[in-house]
Design a protein. Structure first.
Lengths: 182, 393
């Protein structure tokens, strides 16, 4: 997420235009934003998406996690090879922390869940990774006392989302079917 | 030389962060909102790089860098995109062409420093950028890898949301940099020279798939892209087309294990079905089985060649039919490998008609350690007691 461009050289010959607050959240990433934020993430298959919102503070956050549970040695390499946002459990913790740091109050946070599809299964290798992703996100949110107020999970369909501030509206679009806002 | 796959993953991640910084810089300097397309690193030959940079059809700027790591960073545009960018720079420069030209050099400096600085910070070493030079035939010659030596090419792309203008960024570390930063210190790595051979196998497989498609459908196709890339495992689904695709996914079990996806755009899938069942008003089930059959044929054509060349056995599962956006199809594939590896490999082939009316994408996501062993000639099934454990089957 481009958050720090303070060290860029300033060129007097070129006028400075304003930045546009659309942020793409890739797989294994999270992002937070304010009242005018638009956070987008696409191609959710078995991955789980978690959105958080504190509507009073106007802070929103979005996570796109691939695996349910982080390995025990997650911090051994400082996250260089295993970014916490790759995992639903560590990712949710990091997302809650990031929204609080951005001005949200934890007790006011509400969550929405998306994704966790069962795209296909081979001999148990994929199994229900989508289900396990959703369960891990749900369990971690419960442990942190953040209620899940809406969800569009499961099935066998890919989804893309756009999260907007300040109210945390989450628009879910599917490759096949209608968009809906949850 | 063996390549350290984890280093490839780390530097690829740093390049993605550089792309995010470049996107922020673009919005500040030009007021252009841009999307970052996930970057990738691949093994490339001198000919690969020359073909890709093709100075006759590209405009760009080269920024050589030296110090902790040496090499070249390039900002590259297709000819029409370069005109769009120069026009907006000229507008910003109040119609002064000379200022616009120097603006392009400044733009390159700012965008490319976002990439190179990330590497410098990671290594804790200083990297100095030299003055930018225009990308022309002479400049391309100076950035090409040495003949016969496998080089690394980091490729990133930013796409301006409104105009679709593409900003291509290439980072080409020098041979010395490759040997100091990306060489494996143990025997776990991937043999770089064998990766080049494997790339040829991929091209052969793609050519065979193209021939099969042409024979089945009567549509003359060519191989547009065929290659092998590395990226952090969770980014692998982002490397494929964001659009809706229809096709099959099959699991590979052996050396290497992994997954193969054969994906058509919807119109091309209809072509395939109509060609296989001419004059028939096929229902959804029949259409699906036709696509699955074509998937089987293309997969065995692709994978049998690998097994023969590598001297290994690769079993292929029955096909699963898929119809969704391509990254969502690839997510569970990447997720199943992400439990055991941090860096993903994507073997991609694009078979299409020259006009693009028919396209078939073939993606193989191999399990890393199995591929490393197969490439290192340690893949014989009969002398491999660990095979069962390693394939996870």
């Amino acid at each position: 997420v481009p958050s720090d461009i303070g060290d860029l050289p300033v060129y007097s010959s070129l006028p400075v235009a304003s930045a546009v607050p659309v942020v793409r959240v890739g797989i294994g990433e999270l992002a937070v934003g304010g009242a005018d934020a638009r956070l987008k993430s696409s191609g959710f298959g078995s991955c789980v998406g978690v959105s958080l919102c504190d509507p009073e503070a106007g802070v929103v956050g979005l996570l796109h996690a691939m695996l349910p549970v982080a390995p025990a040695d997650l911090q051994a390499d400082g996250g260089a090879d295993h970014p916490p946002a790759r995992y639903a459990d560590e990712g949710v913790r990091a997302l809650v922390a990031a929204t609080v740091e951005a001005g949200a109050t934890r007790s006011r946070l509400v969550a929405k869940l998306v994704g966790g599809s069962r795209m296909f299964a081979f001999g148990g290798t994929e199994g229900t990774i989508g289900d396990r992703n959703v369960e891990a996100a749900r369990a971690t949110l419960a442990a942190l006392g953040v209620p899940v107020v809406a969800e569009d999970v499961g099935g066998a369909v890919g989804r893309s989302v756009e999260l907007t501030g300040p109210d945390g509206d989450l628009t879910v679009s599917r490759a096949v079917g209608e968009d809906q806002t949850i | 030389m063996n390549l350290d796959v984890r280093a490839l993953g780390r530097f690829s991640r740093l390049a993605d962060e550089g792309a995010a910084r470049a996107a922020a810089a673009l919005s500040v300097m030009l007021g252009v909102e841009s999307e970052v397309v996930a970057g990738r690193v691949g093994v490339a030959t001198r000919d690969d790089v020359r073909r890709e940079l093709a100075p006759e059809s590209h405009v760009g700027v080269v920024v050589p860098f030296r110090g902790g790591v040496s090499g070249n960073a390039l900002l590259v545009f297709d000819q029409p995109d370069a005109e769009t960018v120069l026009a907006s720079l000229t507008a910003l420069a109040g119609g002064n062409d000379a200022l616009a030209e120097s603006g392009l050099a400044e733009l390159a400096n700012v965008l490319l420093s976002g990439f190179v600085d990330g590497w410098a910070n990671h290594l804790g070493k200083e990297i100095l950028a030299e003055p930018p030079v225009a990308l022309n035939a002479a400049a391309v010659e100076t950035v090409l890898p040495e003949p016969g030596v496998p080089a690394l090419a980091f490729r990133n792309r930013l796409t301006a949301t409104e105009t679709g203008t593409e900003f291509g960024v290439y980072l080409l570390p020098s041979r010395e940099a490759v040997e100091t930063v990306f060489a494996a210190t143990d025997d776990e790595g991937l043999p770089a020279e064998r990766l080049l051979t494997f790339s040829e196998l991929v091209r052969d497989g793609a050519a065979q798939a193209s021939a099969h498609v042409s024979a089945l459908t009567g549509i003359e196709t060519v191989v547009e892209v065929a290659g092998l890339s590395f990226a952090p495992v969770e980014r692998v689904p982002s490397l494929v087309s964001p659009d809706t695709r229809l096709g099959v996914v099959l699991e590979l079990v052996g050396l290497p294990s992994g997954y193969i996806a054969i994906l058509f755009d919807e119109a091309s899938a209809s072509h395939v079905v109509d060609a296989l069942m001419p004059g028939m008003d096929a229902d959804a089930d029949l259409r699906q089985s036709a696509i699955m059959e074509v998937g089987n044929i293309l997969t065995s054509g692709f994978v049998d060649g690998w097994a023969n060349d590598l001297g290994t056995t690769i079993d292929i599962s029955p096909p699963t039919y898929v119809h969704d956006v391509a990254p969502a199809i690839l997510e569970p594939v990447a997720a199943s490998l992400a439990t055991t590896q941090d860096v993903g490999m994507l073997v991609e082939s694009l078979v299409r008609t020259p006009s693009g009316t028919f396209t078939c994408e073939i993606y193989v996501v191999p399990e890393e350690r199995g591929l490393a062993r197969a490439l290192a000639g340690r893949g014989g099934r009969e002398d491999d007691p660990d095979l069962q454990a390693d394939t996870g089957a």
